[in-house]
Design a protein around this ligand. Structure first.
Ligand code: ADP
Ligand code: MG
Length: 421
């Protein structure tokens, strides 16, 4: 293993999401998202404990969420800071929401170790604007359990704004962040207050997201198959395989429809007595849009209420930023545009934008002071003060020599180990 590099700034940022989590870092001024063992930038926030008591995190756990529902937990971020205990009956284990979050963080930390050889102990972690002290404390404890002993928290909408390069001194008016995730919707208003970007108000729905789109489409598929392909009535408790397959197919279809006007749905072997079942058809985007339109309309109404509550007209909003996987849906984009009267920004990938912004923020945060050893004879110790990140081509660096020596003819040259500047 490569020894851990000594960093003067934190550089790593984590989006510990309700549905998915990501980790990004800044290297030579560039933001990189770290891939997991599947080469994915996105890791489902899902934990399963099998019969033997092994803990499975991420995609493998997510894929078992219907088949092995009882031993697989997702969406536990909603319970952070509560006293709720989650059971894994087959293994007999019980875990707190923060312990499950710690498993997700451990898996991200493991990905960093594999990809960069670094064993990180510091990372910025993002939290929703609505998180209060108990939820933030639970998030810090999760980080601690995962070996991340330094974990400054940053609000998700602020991270999104940083990803677009918005800074406190350059922001005019209000930024609107529209974040539609897998199971939650958050709308935030940001502006510069006393030289800092601040979330001045937020609104949302804790039970509205991409998951609802999947379930609505699942319902539709079942009814269509019953009407047109002779599928028998399904029972959620005994036809788990059928539901698991149809739900996965619904999510795939939904994702296809973000990029094309129709999706090919193909279904085979639905388990118990339905092993020979087979059906396929085209699902059109307009058919799908009719299904999700009520959910989308609800999000736009929440945005309008947030503006009204702050006595703001649409023209006060200078930019709208889209965050979250479901904002890749064309209907969502057009509804936000017509609802807020402004074309939303979607240049930065909405699924990694929060982790990217967290990493940018992390690059401006110093790591806890490492005590430097006493200098060897013949060397001097310099104390420097400078801003870790800057967009300027010239920046001031103040320095002080710690030993008492005559510096009358001294010249100081600062160079960066990697040749950058
Ligand atoms: P969270 O903030 O809850 O962790 P994400 O931002 O990761 O959520 O979004 C997850 C949701 O995005 C899931 O419901 C997933 O199905 C959906 N999703 C992912 N890609 C797309 C896409 N291309 N089109 C529509 N929805 C998508
Ligand atoms: Mg999110």
């Amino acid at each position: 293993m490569v020894p851990s590099m000594v960093r003067s700034t934190i550089d790593f940022g984590i989006d510990l999401g309700t549905t998915n989590s990501e980790i990004a870092f800044v290297d030579k001024g560039q933001v990189n998202v770290i891939r997991n063992g599947f080469r994915d930038e996105i890791t489902p926030s899902a934990v399963r404990i099998d019969r033997k008591g092994s803990i499975i995190v991420g995609k493998l756990a997510f894929n078992q969420r219907v088949d092995d529902k009882d031993n697989t937990h997702t969406q536990f971020k909603r319970l952070m800071g509560s006293q709720q205990i989650l059971n894994f009956p087959t293994s007999g284990r019980q875990m707190k929401p923060e312990e499950l979050s710690a498993e997700v963080l451990k898996s991200l930390r493991q990905d960093v170790l594999r990809e960069t050889g670094e064993e990180i102990t510091a990372s910025v972690i993002t939290v929703p604007a609505l998180f209060e002290i108990p939820q933030c404390d639970a998030t810090r404890r999760a980080a601690e359990m995962a070996g991340i002993t330094c974990s400054p928290l940053l609000q998700e909408p602020i991270a999104a704004a940083l990803s677009y390069g918005f800074q406190a001194d350059s922001l005019d008016g209000f930024l609107f962040v529209y974040d539609l995730g897998g199971g939650t919707f958050d709308a935030s208003l940001i502006r510069t207050v006393e030289g800092r970007l601040r979330v001045i108000d937020h609104a949302g729905d804790n039970f509205l997201g991409g998951k609802d789109f999947d379930e609505r489409l699942l319902d539709y598929l079942v009814r269509k198959l019953q009407r047109e392909a002779g599928l028998r009535a399904l029972d959620p408790s005994t036809d788990r395989k059928a539901f698991a397959k149809l739900l996965a197919e619904a999510e795939n279809g939904k994702i296809q429809l973000s990029n094309s006007a129709s999706a090919y749905i193909s279904i085979t072997d639905l388990g118990r007595g339905l092993e020979d079942f087979e059906a396929s058809f085209e699902l059109t985007r307009s058919e799908y849009e009719t299904l999700i339109e009520p959910f989308v309309r609800k999000t736009v109404e929440i945005c309008q209420r947030l503006l009204d509550a702050n006595h703001l007209s649409k023209t006060a909003v200078s930019r709208v930023i889209l965050v979250g996987g479901p904002t890749l849906t064309p209907l969502v984009r057009s509804a936000v545009e017509s609802g807020l009267g402004i074309k939303p920004e979607f240049k930065v990938d909405p699924m990694t934008i929060v982790a990217r912004g967290a990493a940018l923020f992390a690059a401006s945060q110093r790591t806890p002071q490492v005590q430097s050893p006493r200098p060897a004879k013949g060397t001097l110790r310099l104390k420097l003060a400078y801003s870790p990140v800057s967009q300027d081509t010239e920046t001031d660096v103040a320095g002080k020599v710690e030993e008492t020596v005559d510096l009358a003819h001294a010249r100081v040259e600062i160079s960066r180990a990697d040749g950058g500047w």
